[in-house]
Design a protein around this ligand. Sequence first.
Ligand SMILES: [Zn+2]
Length: 249
Amino acid sequence: MFEYVQDYGLKFNGALTPRKKTVRIIEHHTSGGPGETVQGIHAYHLGRGHKGIDYNFCVLPDGTVVKGRGLEYCGGSVNNSAPESKGMNDDSVAIVALGDFEHNEMPEAQKEGLKRITRDVAQYYGITEIIRHKDVSDTDCPGKYFPFDEVKAYALGGQPQPAPTPEPSVPGLTRNLKLTDPMMRGADVRQAQERLEKHLAQPGKIDGIYGEKTKAAVKRFQQARKNEGRDIGAVDGIIGPKTWRILWE
Ligand SMILES: [Zn+2]
């Protein structure tokens, strides 16, 4: 995490869920008054049955950045089931500025803290999508005086647009691929062998024939993914939908 972020050691009610992917930052205000604290917000969200404070990071009026849920965990800052914000708690970093910026200007120091953490998160994940809570919900949050354009411009300034991740699209799997007698042949087997080779699973000759070497390579590939904690199903040398999909990563 970023060295300037303060950790108040907040205790959460149960394990937080790590995000599987991160595509955007959502900016909030608390709409609270003076005297509001991170611990107070945490207690309030706990009281509402949440695991704890809904935000990943909090920015205090003096510019101090405080760890909420932390960088890598799912938040709870938007309605995860409403159509406009569906699933966004699972792929966004939520940053909140303490204060009511529907009615008040933001102190300069707080603006600086907000810009810094927003930029660092954006650069850490190589993301350019930065939105306000009100962009996806019927709310004033983060308020009309929230310096959104300034924060966003700063966070993305001079940052090269990240190239889209070159992920091969997954072709359809029309049958499970496995060692049979006679052996399976076809373009799908060849594709699988090519992917196995890319993953260094040593399928041997790329010949479109599912033989012993292909089966052994599939088992090696499955075992390696299993060791990484992936849900691969059985290590059986059979390419079903799960193994097929992961082959294309
Ligand atoms: Zn909000």
